[in-house]
Design a protein around this ligand. Structure first.
Ligand SMILES: C[S@@+](CC[C@H](N)C(=O)[O-])C[C@H]1O[C@@H](n2cnc3c(N)ncnc32)[C@H](O)[C@@H]1O
Length: 285
């Protein structure tokens, strides 16, 4: 069996999109209880001992330090989850932030965190259309570990390009495969990972670099940060061990339970370097 990583092997876009929305509707509350408000890796440097939340904030900090953000910036947080990055960026930079997700329940959870923050809004919207955003209107598109689930990565890159102003910045952080094609047991493992995390496909870092340049972006950075983030999986699995099978089931149902039991797959894939943590910064000329 051979499989290419640059093309969705889970077909039927509408079905997958609905599946992803339902997945996040079902698991987000339970996720927050176990792992907190962010749904992404943490950044660990020099073997330091810090809480997972601090490590996740460190990652946002490291990424946002690569960007030029002011209080006049308008940021779109594409695939915003429970609003973790949006709120962080809005508080730190006083920028205007629109967070979008496929999950109505995530929008509700995120809205509850807003309190008196008036510069952030959340809504359900598809990253592949970004239909509520006008051409050349946005300063920063931020996509932190959401592109994995997009059915058509190229379409998203094109939409990001469309809505960004000239000089606008795209921060795209996503899990990547280490090869363009897998065969045998590697192909089997690739499929297992994609199915476990609802990833229609997981292309290589070179694929993203090439899509970004073809679209017209100027690439500022395209680096593998796996060594800084992979520790997150062991820490995540340790946190989960504090919860019983029944408790997870009660908190967010079977899908969550299935997800929880598949974390080891991804931890091993990072350890074996089959998955890379791609960090891409690109600007629209
Ligand atoms: C792993 S979570 C990351 C959430 C958030 N960026 C964070 O770091 O906490 C993936 C997010 O991508 C969103 N997503 C997946 N496909 C999407 C699409 N086509 N359009 C908009 N959001 C999407 C999901 O709804 C979910 O909120």
């Amino acid at each position: 069996m051979k499989i290419k990583t640059n093309y969705p092997f889970l077909h039927e876009r509408e079905l997958i999109t609905a599946q992803i929305a339902t997945f996040w509707d079902n698991v987000s509350e339970g996720w927050e209880k176990v792992w907190g408000p962010h749904i992404h890796h943490g950044f660990y440097e020099n073997g330091e001992t810090i809480t997972p939340l601090k490590a996740q904030e460190n990652l946002i900090e490291k990424l946002s330090n690569m960007l030029f953000i002011t209080s006049n910036s308008h940021i779109v947080d594409v695939g915003c989850g429970m609003g973790g990055s949006s709120i962080y960026l809005a508080k730190k930079y006083h920028a205007k932030v629109d967070g979008i997700t496929l999950s109505p329940h995530q929008v509700n959870i995120a809205n509850q965190k807003l309190k008196d923050l008036s510069n952030v809004r959340f809504k359900v919207e598809d990253a592949l259309t970004l239909s509520s955003f006008a051409n050349n209107s946005i300063d920063i598109v931020w996509s932190l570990e959401s592109c994995e689930q997009f059915y058509n990565k190229q379409l998203f890159v094109e939409q990001a390009y469309r809505i960004l102003k000239p000089g606008g910045q795209l921060m795209l952080v996503t899990w990547c495969s280490d090869r363009e094609e897998y065969s045998g047991r590697f192909a089997k493992k690739y499929k297992q990972i994609c199915r476990a995390f609802d990833l229609p496909y997981m292309p290589t870092m070179n694929y993203y670099l090439s899509q970004l340049s073809t679209t017209g972006f100027k690439i500022k950075s395209g680096t593998d940060w796996s060594k800084y983030v992979e520790k997150s999986w062991d820490i995540g699995m340790a946190l989960l061990r504090e919860y019983s099978f029944i408790k997870i089931l009660k908190m967010s149902g079977w899908r969550s339970l299935k997800f929880a039991y598949q974390l080891k797959l991804m931890r091993n894939a990072f350890r074996d370097q089959q998955v890379k943590y791609g960090v891409f910064l690109a600007t629209k000329p």
